[in-house]
Design a protein around this ligand. Structure first.
Ligand SMILES: Cc1cc2nc3c(=O)[nH]c(=O)nc-3n(C[C@H](O)[C@H](O)[C@H](O)COP(=O)(O)O)c2cc1C
Length: 355
């Protein structure tokens, strides 16, 4: 007992100087890229999990291997997006897509072989339509004659999708009432932490996931998915891994865990995209639920190695998958309190030009 007390006293004595030293070191190292690299080299645990995820992602995306359905699907989505963009370009180039049309047709062919199994026929239907349009617009071109023949060999194994070719922006119909309604919805949404023990219908949750899927994403890859838990035991188990649920985790009816897939990117430079895309989608998810009278609260998932390991095990995540955020979902307890959460004023939220 005496030894423990002594050790504790020593730790308390050296803790403050150590922290001061670490702070001073951080200040010095933060002034240069080399300094920052050295600093994090001295504390390697901080980014280790993220680094492993990013590396596993780029490998799965093609560097040093790759070649599975989900990786092919991300390549197809990106390349079909590029074709759409080129088809929309003003003025449209006479010849385009030469750098990636072969790869696009190859992944289309591989996925068409998997259609009905692991591959998504809706995605392939969309791809078929855009590829049809591409080859129609490009016309007979010697440079892509062979690729065209390959496409034609696979083409009919997939039914064309609902019409989803690029269209004029002015054809969309805007409703005047959306402006004020959206403003009210944005004001209405609050982070609710205390819920009634009332189940949330899966149809409402699915509707919200579809709304999440409407969010923009880089090259339309949508490198994320929602894991939704509505089994009380599982909700408790997973919510207890997050620190930010203290005091209300027992009463969360549904928990969504938003997971990003780094295999969507073949370069480290895109490592942040999962966070951006999944956050945009999460906001749609929460607003859709708010519109249906269902409340939510984002729950932070900080990068803490021990917790990360536990959650990865529970969710059985693959190496390149990262948890981005959790979202508690349920019907509010009307007597439960919510924060006023005053926002920054306009002047602090934006700067025009060089203001
Ligand atoms: C990324 C993110 C992480 C958050 N993490 C937590 C959390 O761990 N626990 C919690 O109770 N609230 C969490 N929140 C909710 C915020 O505290 C809340 O959005 C903020 O205070 C503004 O309040 P409002 O959402 O009611 O407008 C989180 C919000 C975001 C966007």
């Amino acid at each position: 007992m005496e030894i423990v007390r002594l050790a504790w006293r020593v730790i308390r004595r050296i803790r403050a100087p150590l922290l001061n030293f670490k702070g001073a070191l951080a200040r010095v190292c933060s002034g240069s890229k080399l300094g920052a690299t050295l600093y994090y080299w001295m504390f390697p645990g901080i980014f280790a999990g993220e680094q492993q995820g990013v590396l596993a992602g780029v490998v799965r995306a093609g560097r040093g291997g790759g070649g599975d359905v989900s990786r092919d699907s991300y390549i197809l989505r990106r390349n079909i997006h590029r074709l759409e963009k080129a088809l929309c370009m003003r003025p449209r180039r006479a010849l385009f897509g030469l750098g990636y049309i072969r790869e696009t047709v190859e992944v289309y062919g591989r996925l068409a072989g998997e259609a009905g199994g692991a591959a998504d026929v809706t995605e392939l239907g969309w791809a078929r339509e855009v590829l049809d349009e591409y080859f129609r617009v490009i016309g007979e071109q010697e440079k892509i004659a062979e690729v065209r023949r390959s496409f034609e060999a696979y083409r009919n194994s997939i039914a064309a999708g609902d019409t989803c070719l690029p269209f004029k922006a002015g054809l969309r119909k805007r409703e005047e009432r959306w402006g004020p309604m959206l403003g009210e919805l944005l004001q209405y949404r609050k982070s609710v932490r205390y819920f009634r023990p009332k189940p949330v219908p899966r149809s409402v949750l699915d509707e919200a996931v579809l709304a999440a899927g409407q969010a923009p994403s880089a090259c339309n890859r949508q490198p994320f998915y929602f894991r939704i838990f509505d089994d009380p035991g599982l909700v408790r188990r997973i919510a207890s891994l997050a620190m930010g649920t203290e005091g209300y985790r027992e009463g969360i009816p549904v928990l969504a865990v938003v997971v990003g897939q780094l295999r969507a990117f073949d370069s480290e430079r895109d490592r942040h995209v999962i966070y951006i895309d999944a956050s945009l989608a999460s906001m749609n998810f929460m607003l859709s639920l708010a519109a249906a009278g269902v409340d939510t609260c984002c729950i932070n998932w900080p990068d803490i190695p021990e917790r990360e390991t536990s959650l990865r095990q529970v969710l059985n995540l693959e190496e390149d998958e990262r948890v981005i955020v959790m979202i508690a979902v349920g019907y509010c307890d009307p007597d439960g309190m919510v924060g006023g959460a005053r926002r920054k004023p306009l002047g602090r939220l934006r700067r025009y030009n060089f203001e």
